[in-house]
Design a protein around this ligand. Structure first.
Ligand code: ADP
Ligand code: MG
Length: 229
């Protein structure tokens, strides 16, 4: 990965939802550069388009206009296979609800994406244990999601998201479901991970107090991405 190009770069991205006669312009000419080792909070009210932006950034949706570069590589006109492989290689996701597989343990949930990538079981297990320990869950590796607290579930989801060492971490209101103290702890983990691994993280949140702890804050205004102080 070159240090000269952003991990993620949105260049004049447009996304408009049309329903009948109504036209909902979520993004008009949205620009955003996300750099390695940087955590950026995306702060905007419900319905502003945070999830839409994260889906575009994660190559789950295509822009109507504009380009999205992942490690300098343009993706808007790439075929679905190329986009999927780029996503698997470079991008990790954390959602508001953990989406862990209920019948698997914490360790197995973190092993799974690594095994899909082709890593041998023993290596995947070692990496899962290492990550879960780093996140303070060494005593919880064999617990199933329902045997974990909300904050613990979200930490397992973070471990799973970074299991394949992505360059970009996208999180959609990852603490929206947690009490303030736990949310604070989970946010601390994001910032620590970014510093420790050189990840680039874009984290949607409602919480200004938590956003204040990130390197940068951006919001959505009139279809643009605007930097906040
Ligand atoms: P946020 O995550 O900030 O709450 P979203 O990105 O989910 O906002 O949604 C932004 C707006 O776009 C909302 O008004 C929502 O109703 C609308 N929207 C989202 N997805 C679609 C879709 N697939 N078709 C039409 N409208 C959509
Ligand atoms: Mg949303």
């Amino acid at each position: 990965m070159s240090e000269e190009v952003p991990a993620l770069y949105l260049d004049e991205v447009q996304r408009v939802y049309s329903q009948g006669d109504s036209r909902l312009a979520i993004l008009q000419q949205a620009d955003l550069a996300l750099w390695a080792g940087q955590s950026v909070a995306l702060v905007a009210p419900s319905g502003a388009g945070k999830s839409t932006l994260l889906h575009l950034a994660g190559l789950l949706e295509r822009p109507d206009q504009g380009e999205i570069y992942v490690n300098g590589k343009p993706t808007a006109h790439m075929d679905d296979r190329g986009r999927t492989s780029l996503r698997r290689l470079h991008i990790g996701f954390v959602y508001q609800f953990h989406h862990l597989l209920p019948e698997f343990t914490a360790q197995e949930n973190v092993m799974l994406p690594q095994m899909i990538k082709g890593l041998p079981r023993a290596e995947a297990r070692a990496r899962a244990d290492e990550l879960l320990s780093y996140l303070g869950l060494q005593a919880r590796v064999s617990h199933r999601p329902k045997e974990l607290s909300g904050g613990e579930q979200q930490r397992v989801a973070i471990a799973r998201a970074v299991a394949n060492a992505p360059h970009i971490l996208l999180a959609d209101e990852p603490t929206g479901n947690l009490d303030p103290k736990t949310a604070d702890h989970v946010f601390g983990i994001f910032t620590a991970l970014v510093k420790a691994t050189g990840l680039a993280a874009l984290i949607a949140t409602h919480n200004m107090e938590l956003a204040a702890k990130m390197d940068r804050r951006v919001t959505l205004r009139d279809g643009l991405i605007v930097e906040l102080p």
